[in-house]
Design a binder for this molecule. Sequence first.
Ligand code: GLA
Length: 564
Amino acid sequence: MNRGLRWCALTYSVMGIAWLAPTPILSQEQNARTEVQANAGSVPQDISGTWVAKMTTPMGQMEITYKLKVIDGKITGTQSLPFGDSPIVDGRVSGDTFRFVVELDSFGNIQKREVKGKIVGDTLELIPAMPGPPPGMGPGAEGPGGPPPGGPPSGGPGEGAPHFQIQTVVARRGTPTPSYRAPSVDYATLPHLALPALRSVPSVGVANTPPMGWNSWNKFQTKIDDATIREIADAMVSSGMQKAGYRYVIIDDGWQGSRDAKGVLSPNPQFPDMKALADYIHSKGLLLGIYSSPGPRTCGGFEGSYGHEEQDATTFAAWGMDYLKYDWCSASRIWKDGDMQAVYQRMGEALKQTGRPIVYALCQYGRAGVVQWGGQVGGSLWRTTSDINDHYASMEKIGFSQSDLAAFSGPGHWNDPDMLEVGNGGMSTNEYKAHFSLWAMIAAPLIAGNDIRSMSPEIAAILQNGEVVAIDQDALGAGGKRVSITGGIEIWQKPLASGDIAIAIFNHSTEEMRSVISWETLSIGKDYAVRDVWTHADHGSTAEAFSEPVSAHGVIVLRLHRIK
Ligand code: GLA
């Protein structure tokens, strides 16, 4: 079945947003047919110019801009969404109808999607093209770590997300709302950068345990500014996050302004003085992080580091940055996955060259076998999946696919199944506890993504549960693994530095289920004391079988300690 059409009936998530996609991916043959049909019409109208449309989504109003150039009826140009610009190719106007193909980027995959529309008076009526999931990330597909044996039972990313149909929109000639996003790039004429020969970049000795902090993306997307980041830093201290171990405050996409004549990148006016912001963050005993891309544009359409890698590393270090998230995004329009290691090495070397210890977070959605080479390019952590969103099914799909990757992470180099959604409102308290527990079992970076200025005591108690955080931060750095799955109950086990063992019992089903563990079947002796790290209560020993109800989508996490 055509992959694109199959997706029409399903939701998926791009940049944290769940869509119902009406625009199928086109095959080459379909592209050719589109061309021929469109040619068959009458005299082409000139729809050159800038057209702006608004679309209502559950997340608010989204602006879509089309910059079109029509020559002899052939359309080229750009489609701009809040998460980036996409070239328009192979378009045609024919009478009062038009069609064009948009080349969208979805987590490193270029997908061609067709837009069809009508010219109605002085408007264009069209169905915008939206990116779909990358191949292999659809429902039923395997996550990067392979499918969990026998589970989890539910479907694809975005399942359970707010469903909405991408509807016909009316575009009018106009000026898009001003933003600090960079102008679109002509990828065809972009000079091709030489890539370094592969070598191993020595570690700078950061991230001996999984980094803990906060990142702006999951809650604020690109709506960020200096004042918000300072308030978050204040809240890191006043809410107890810092005391619980969270140190990095990371500014994700949307801070960038433009480059000067010498190529030096400045922040946009929402961040009047990055150095002063870093000083403020450091004065609180916290660390500051920033975001860029090896492509010319970030995923949000802002200025990326392409061709300015060394210069940007120097700038980031001079500002006092302690962490760089480096997101593939538009690099997929220039390089192939096979080039990724060299591309990431280039920034790894540039960061090393600054002499500042900077955590280097690779964000390329687990592509190109990054677990094998992420450490060699100087990476302190690397994403292993596409983006999480704030729904149980998304968290479940991503988190439970990580078991087979455990061997690749350890002190200084961590698997990153994306940031936490705890407290963003799309999951129940039990689901957030499962999410947090699973990340701790994986030894994942714990990067909160909620508005910690206003979080409830219930959410703070999850993020700041010291006994769960200790499992994540354990000095051994071992990743946990699935050791059993029966019906909806899944058990993960993780060895800890002291000889203790962490056990997490997850319930995938939507009903409470009793979990009965015979310790023998997990090859665990009878001489461990059992402690429940969510209720903070001791629970007998492994001499007795463990039998307790686990709430729907919930978790029990136990720490086993050998009795002397
Ligand atoms: C990608 C990343 C996200 C976020 C956005 C910013 O989708 O995976 O974590 O950084 O880009 O545009």
